[in-house]
Ligand binder design. Structure first.
Ligand code: CP
Length: 325
């Protein structure tokens, strides 16, 4: 989006407390350590408010257009829940085949149409750079809800908030990412965010699904210690956060390669025996076979709690870009 004027509905002093007012959320690269501290403070307040009153009218009268060109359960429904818990409303377009996209309407024209009716647009799209393209044409804020194998910034923000709420800190932790690190946009965004902290990273994947070189170069340039592995055994005992990802069938052109790698790692109670008692297992979900359901009752299984933290982070983001937090 182009730069918006100051919010006419806020006194001048309040503009400073709305640091993302009118801004797009496209990449984790736009966040500093101080930004994250502020955002997570607001997200924590949202958690307290939801637990206390459920729904409140911070965004009453505001409208979110939720535009999903790819399937989603968590991101789309948590943005909808976030908007509704803040008293706002949603235009849901999750089946673009029923919209004018099926008649060949371009992404720029689609967002220029939706912004006539909405105050903010959440976009998931299969192509890298699609959110940035939408933002170039839109006057209203665009929030990137996943652009192909590029980034998924709101997921990384909720992942970091989960670590903070569950373990009380990020600095000093050893975080192990496991699975498809090549196509997994969540681990790309999370690695970049974690580079703002004092952490050690372990990347465990099959050789053909390693973390992309550009992300490793960024980590190296920032002095973040990391190591790469093909098996989990050596790094599991030191791990404070095990971040498991799905091998994504939809990203493979050759189904045989997917079949050969889909079950490389499976987390279950036996595999987790050498892990610390106080650590957490996260997963952006959906999962297929990479975490057995028999692990779900283990207190270290944080992946369902992680989804709930996503609600609070998305409430905070919506309130901030709309100048109300
Ligand atoms: N984690 C995540 O993005 O889930 P959905 O694809 O269900 O939105």
């Amino acid at each position: 989006m182009t730069a918006l004027p100051l919010n006419p509905h806020l006194p001048l002093g309040d503009q400073r407390t709305a640091p993302w007012y009118g801004k797009d959320i496209l990449s984790v690269r736009q966040f500093t350590h101080d930004d994250l501290k502020f955002l997570f403070g607001v997200a924590h307040e949202m958690r307290v408010m939801v637990e206390r009153v459920g729904t409140f009218d911070l965004l009453k009268g505001k409208i979110l257009a939720s535009l999903f060109y790819e399937p989603s359960t968590r991101t789309s429904s948590s943005f909808t829940a976030a908007m509704e818990r803040l008293g706002g409303s949603v235009i849901p377009i999750s089946e673009v085949k029923y919209s004018s996209v099926s008649k060949g309407e371009s992404l720029p024209d689609t967002v220029r149409s939706l912004e006539c009716y909405a105050d903010v647009i959440v976009l998931r799209h299969p192509e890298i750079g699609s959110a940035a393209l939408a933002a170039k044409y839109a006057r209203k804020p665009i929030i990137n809800a996943g652009d192909g194998v590029g980034e998924h910034p709101t997921q990384a923000l909720l992942d970091l908030f989960t670590i903070l709420e569950e373990l009380g800190k990020v600095d000093g932790l050893t975080i192990t990412m496991l699975g498809d690190l090549k196509y997994g946009r969540t681990v790309h965004s999370l690695s970049r965010l974690l580079s703002l902290y004092n952490v050690k990273l372990n990347f465990v994947s099959p050789d053909i699904l390693k973390m992309p070189a550009d992300i490793l170069e960024e980590l190296q340039a920032k002095g973040v210690p990391f190591s790469q592995h093909t098996t989990l055994d050596a790094v599991l005992p030191e791990t404070d956060v095990l971040y498991v990802t799905r091998v994504q069938k939809e990203r493979f052109e050759n189904p045989e390669i997917y079949e050969a790698h889909k079950n490389t790692y499976v987390i279950n109670p036996g595999v987790m025996r050498p892990a610390k008692e106080k650590m957490i297992v996260m997963h952006p979900l959906p999962r297929v076979t990479e975490i057995g359901i028999e692990f779900d009752e283990d207190p270290r299984a944080a992946y369902f709690r992680q989804m709930e933290y996503g609600l609070y982070v998305r409430m905070a983001l919506l309130a901030l870009v709309l100048g109300k937090a």
